[in-house]
Design a protein around this ligand. Structure first.
Ligand SMILES: *Cc1c(COP(=O)(O)O)cnc(C)c1O
Length: 358
């Protein structure tokens, strides 16, 4: 196998899913597995389903299309589009996604027309703004959106949802989750409907969900990062009992030369702005790995113990090897944070293969 490559341990993805599914089940919360960080990889989606995810979700239609072949024991899997559909994509959305998260009346009308034209029924979750100020309908306007969906012949109101933390780091807590729960109750009573899904949020909801005695009406979380990387994203702390190393990125050493610690010559900006702090003396056991910002985000790249990342440009990753014995042609294996994982999975230069292990 050649480098660079992203190795995935599907067994660890399945394990992480199962642990989270079992941990949330006593509260009545089911897990929807989110595959967007791995471009809707069918292998990863299947591992999430084996681990007990009730369905899959992705932010992009093209990724959901890759998941279309997957089914569970109970029949075809639900595929939820978790970014509000582009108006221009309504026809693709109803054909590819069984459900979508929505905030815009004009989009809902387009989905209804498209679903009607295709002879389909499309499930809709209305997203509610709870303070993080990314997607969401203001609480006071949710009733109007509900009426629109109920009047749309080819849409089905599956429920309500919310998303916190991603834009402004707003923490899911008893207060904002209660707003969503109360709204679900109010809508059901006012319109005599049953909401099957109340989706409280993403991996950032885990602390709240596992520490609350009462999660109210919330019965679904859309989990990506926690399943894939085993961390909760608010403080990026490892989640008990989960693997943090289901993914590993391998790069190949292309230069291995001892170099002076300090650069010489007049200095201005480096390739991506800013000048690395390099004060000191002596020699560095330096290596260049054939990985760049097109393949990974240096902030989320975790080198093996004893190796330090000195810098990364488009195509060169410069390392201080410390005592590591690597020579040209050797591979070095890196752990990944969320940003680095997304970048690696998206890079056309990085092959994705099963079976991780640094
Ligand atoms: C990305 C995303 C998720 C999953 O987030 P994680 O932090 O990876 O669990 C859930 N819901 C929405 C709307 C998203 O955009």
């Amino acid at each position: 196998m050649s480098a660079p490559r992203l190795e995935i341990d599907l067994g660890k993805v399945e394990h992480n899913t199962r642990v989270l599914v079992e941990r949330l089940a006593p509260s009545g919360i089911q897990v929807t597995g989110v595959t967007k960080a791995v471009l809707g990889s069918p292998a990863v989606g299947a591992a999430m389903l084996r681990g007990g995810a009730r369905g899959l979700a992705d932010s992009r239609v093209a990724n959901l299309a890759r998941l279309a072949g997957l089914g569970g024991l109970k029949g075809p899997t639900s595929r939820t589009l978790i970014r509000s559909p582009m108006l221009s994509q309504a026809a693709d959305v109803v054909r590819t996604a069984t459900c979508s998260l929505n905030t815009e009346a004009v989009v809902l009308r387009a989905l209804d027309r498209a679903a009607g034209g295709a002879g389909l029924r499309h499930d809709v979750v209305l997203m509610v703004e709870l303070g993080d100020l990314r997607e969401g309908i203001p609480v006071d306007d949710v009733a109007a959106a509900v009426r629109l969906v109920l009047a749309a012949p080819s849409l089905r109101l599956a429920g309500l949802g919310a998303n916190l933390a991603c834009q402004n780091g707003v923490v899911p807590d008893a207060r904002n989750m209660a707003v969503l729960s109360d709204l679900a109750d109010t809508i059901e009573t006012s319109y005599d409907v049953a909401l099957t899904t109340v989706s409280g949020g993403n991996s950032a909801n885990l602390d709240w969900a596992t520490s609350s005695a009462n999660v109210g009406r919330i019965n679904d979380l859309r989990l990506g990062e926690a399943i894939l990387l085993g961390v909760e994203p608010l403080r990026r702390t490892p989640v008990d009992g989960l693997h943090q190393d289901a993914f590993a990125l391998f790069g190949e050493v292309i230069e291995r030369v001892d170099k002076p610690f300090a650069p010489w010559g007049d200095r201005a900006q480096s390739a991506f702005g800013g000048v690395p702090e390099r004060v000191g003396t002596g020699t560095v056991r330096q290596a260049i790995v054939a990985l760049g910002r097109q393949d990974a985000d240096p902030d989320g790249l975790v080198p093996p113990d004893g190796i330090t990342i000195l810098g990364m440009s488009s195509d060169h990753l410069v390392l201080d090897l410390g005592d590591h014995p690597a020579v040209v042609g050797d591979e070095i294996c890196f752990g990944l944070g969320y940003g680095a994982l997304v970048r690696a999975a998206t890079s056309p230069f990085v092959a994705t293969v099963d079976r991780a292990g640094c």
